[in-house]
Design a protein around this ligand. Structure first.
Ligand code: TXA
Ligand code: MG
Length: 352
């Protein structure tokens, strides 16, 4: 399949890139699949009301059919055609008011008529209003709610640039709208609002601390902290290995000198070592024979979030046999960073 590429203005797409947005929107209206930037990661969009369109997403990504999609809207009126409005709890309304548009996905009771493929047969629907001018322009111009998972091949790190999308999906989708690098860099926070107390199913751009300021107590899916069989995650997507580069990743927990020692041990065994770490940690390494990729600064974990996936992907262009990654405190956005790193590493830790 020929994949059309459109470079668009990311601040005012409708003013400066109208023909490109129109063309992408008409392909969406013809049930084609088009990738576009959001403030978190690039999404792979299709008409959420069309079975045929939604099935193309699963095919292009190689996504397991039991993993439901998030539907993206640009205005509140679109909610009524998607969710069972009467049964939307007050807490969900408060969260929409506080965080939409933004990196927060709410799981709500779904309305009859939404494609069963979007929800993978569940009676709930995940929905969010992205805060990115290009995503919003595309939703508005197409006039459609867009089902959109992250625009990567299943199992790969989510794309934060149009080039990442191209690497994974060229010739598999109708088009890619290039609006430059995304901002947050990690996917939205998924919160289940169908339970008595709202529950975080996937940590992300909006932190637990921020949610609790608005709705009081928020629970976390116990499966987020356990690899035991009996803790089946409520968010089907969380059970898959994810975000993984080709070489195995190990999370190294301890001081900078312990990191150095871990690297030296591997080198003595003849391994080529990759290091994913903040500039502070990289600055403390004496070893020169490593491929070090910097992911931001310890002073501001938002920089780590925004550079993490690009860093993980970058190792695929190197010859490393093993990747050691720095670890972070699980507070604020650190919770989402550690959740993604643990998945990339398949929960393999090396502790001091
Ligand atoms: O930031 C994001 O959320 C990005 C951008 C493109 O918006 N999208 C994204 O989609 O990360 P995806 O498909 O990669 O992840 C969606 C997650 C999966 O873990 C899925 O299982 C979960 O949301 N999910 C979707 N519908 C659900 C539902 N009804 N109940 C529970 N979890 C659901
Ligand atoms: Mg994904």
């Amino acid at each position: 399949m020929y994949t059309k590429l459109w470079a668009v203005d990311k601040e005012e797409p409708l003013k400066h890139s109208y023909p490109q947005i129109m063309e992408a929107a008409s392909l969406l209206r013809e049930s084609e699949v088009v990738a576009f930037p959001t403030e978190t990661v690039y999404g792979l969009g299709a008409n959420a009301l069309s079975d045929q369109a939604v099935l193309k997403i699963f095919e292009a990504k190689g996504r397991p059919s039991d993993n439901p999609l998030i539907v993206h809207i640009s205005k509140m009126e679109q909610l009524t055609e998607l969710v069972d409005n009467i049964n939307v709890p007050e807490s969900a309304r408060q969260l929409m008011e506080a965080f939409w548009p933004g990196p927060l996905t709410l799981v709500l009771p779904k309305k009859e008529g939404v494609s069963q493929y979007v929800t993978a047969g569940l009676n709930t629907l995940a929905i969010r209003m992205p805060d990115h001018p290009v995503a919003r322009a595309l939703i508005e111009t197409s006039g459609l709610p867009l089902a959109a998972p992250s625009a990567n091949l299943s199992g790969k790190p989510s794309p934060t640039t149009a080039q990442h999308v191209e690497e994974d999906l060229i010739h598999r989708i109708a088009g890619i709208v290039d609006g430059g690098a995304t901002g947050v860099g990690l996917e939205s926070t998924v919160v289940d609002c169908t339970t008595e107390t709202p529950m975080i199913l996937r940590p992300g751009g909006v932190t637990k601390e921020e949610l609790e300021k608005v709705v009081g107590k928020v629970d976390e899916d116990p499966a987020l902290f356990s690899q035991e069989e009996q803790h089946k995650p409520k968010s089907p997507g969380m059970k898959y290995t994810h975000y993984a580069p080709v070489a195995p990743v190990y999370l190294v927990e301890g001081s900078a000198s312990f990191m150095e020692q871990t690297i030296n041990d591997a080198q003595r065994k003849g391994q080529k070592v990759g290091l994913l770490a903040t500039e502070e940690t990289i600055g403390q390494m004496q070893t020169t024979e490593i491929t070090a990729i910097s992911c931001g600064t310890q002073k501001d974990l938002a920089t780590v979030a925004s550079q993490l996936y690009d860093g993980l992907r970058a190792f695929n262009a190197t010859e490393v046999d093993v990747i050691f990654s720095e670890t972070f405190q699980r507070t604020g956005v650190g919770a989402a960073i550690m959740n993604r790193l643990e998945k990339a590493a398949g929960h393999k830790f090396i502790k001091e």
